[in-house]
Design a protein around this ligand. Structure first.
Ligand code: GLA
Length: 400
């Protein structure tokens, strides 16, 4: 259905059928926040919520872009004039990908692209990475280029860092392009070594619940960049190239500044927690595996709240209410200052946990939160388009 709905949007906006539809998922992160740009470890997974790009080649060296979620018509962007700062708003993400691909030496064809997405924006679920990765796959595969996925992740990240101007790490694009269903992706963000870690909470009678607190999260509002700068400063003062090199939390005592000490302590302890969770998941069959993972999630929340200081009131309340109602563990997720909480919940406690959080939000007079299931899903890919192939026999492709 997703492919057909994407193709219909394309037809409505561009008056023809796309050559293909590509999908890239949003992501959740089981463990490891603000560790990626410190050269550390992360353990994200792809969500079933995703962005589609229905696309067709088009002569004339221009990108024609539209999105079901964005008001306004079709935007037209000349590929030759692309440079950071030339495109703003949502279109900066796909335009940035075209720019980064060209900078990496890939030919980017002129194209019409229609975007559709069910990844909530501003919720810390990497709607930006999903948009970048769907566009990156569409533009390269339209041209018949098979770019290695880790290279494509680096290109999409470059688009976000240099074209859009957001100083994010490599986690989100990697999760979108490299995850496997039923697994979390263990990524060493320094060496880029990666492995798939079997992760099936449902088989163990639990589920992961995402609570969108509705406090909007924006990586470009300064808080994220400040944390990144603090981590770099802490590493510089410690005489190491990145906080990844800190393997013992006790070594943070060498930092005189208590704020930098707390920041560094979060990074080193979260790196440890990623490896602990990985060990637990790989140690299969232990009855208390998920209870222990839950405990680490809650520990990570305290670290993000007290040491890294990026939690927000709605997240703290959601975590407390979830734990009181029977969650095995919960923590804020992503860049911080807004977005989602991730809770590990036994099947039997799903209703009570949702009810307790909804009530707690009502007591504070906050907007009702949104609940989403976080099922470890598959990476970005081209979708099969039987219906469109059939229709195209009698129709025409857009723009050619
Ligand atoms: C955002 C960034 C990621 C990562 C997380 C925090 O999602 O895009 O690179 O730094 O925040 O873990």
């Amino acid at each position: 259905m997703r492919a057909e709905s994407a193709a219909e949007l394309f037809l409505a906006r561009f008056g023809g059928m796309p050559d293909g539809v590509w999908l890239a998922p949003g992501r959740a992160n089981l463990m490891g926040e603000h560790t990626d740009y410190n050269g550390g470890f992360v353990l994200p997974f792809a969500l079933s919520q995703a962005t589609t790009a229905a696309a067709a080649r088009r002569r004339g060296g221009r990108l024609l872009l539209c999105s079901r979620q964005e008001p306004g018509g079709v935007l037209e962007i000349a590929l030759d004039g692309l440079a950071p700062g030339t495109v703003t708003g949502w279109a900066a993400y796909p335009a940035g990908v075209a720019w980064a691909l060209r900078s990496a030496g890939y030919r980017v064809p002129g194209a019409c692209i229609a975007i559709d997405s069910d990844v909530p924006t501003g919720a810390g679920l990497s709607s930006s990475a999903a948009l970048e990765c769907a566009t990156a796959l569409a533009l390269t595969e339209l041209d018949g280029a098979a770019v290695p996925r880790d290279e494509l992740a680096a290109i999409a990240r470059r688009a976000e860092n240099e074209f859009v101007g957001v100083p994010s790490g490599i986690m989100d694009q990697s999760a979108s392009l490299l995850s496997q269903a039923g697994h979390a992706l263990l990524l060493d963000c320094r060496s880029l070594d990666r492995s798939q870690v079997p992760f099936d909470p449902a088989a163990a009678g639990s589920r992961l619940l995402l609570i969108n607190t509705r406090a909007r999260h924006d990586l470009s509002d300064g808080g994220y960049g400040r944390r990144r700068a603090e981590c770099e400063e802490a590493a510089r003062l410690l005489g190491i190239s990145s906080l990844r090199d800190l393997t013992d939390a006790a070594d943070t005592a060498r930092l005189a500044d208590p704020v930098l000490r707390r920041r560094a302590r979060h990074v080193v302890t979260d790196d440890h927690r990623v490896l602990q969770v990985t060990g637990l998941l790989r140690g299969s069959g232990r009855p208390d595996t998920y209870r222990e993972i839950g405990r680490l999630l809650t520990q990570a929340h305290s670290s993000l709240r007290d040491d890294f200081e990026i939690s927000w009131p709605e997240a703290d309340v959601a975590v407390e209410a979830a734990l009181a109602a029977g969650a095995l563990g919960a923590r804020m997720m992503g860049g911080g200052f807004g977005g989602c909480v991730l809770a590990l919940v036994p099947e039997t406690a799903g209703g009570p946990v949702r009810g307790a959080i909804t009530e707690a939000f009502a007591r504070h007079g906050w907007t009702v939160p949104e609940f989403l299931d976080a099922a470890p899903s598959d990476h970005a890919r081209q979708l099969a388009l039987q219906l469109v192939a059939h229709r195209r026999e009698g129709g025409t492709s857009a723009g050619t």
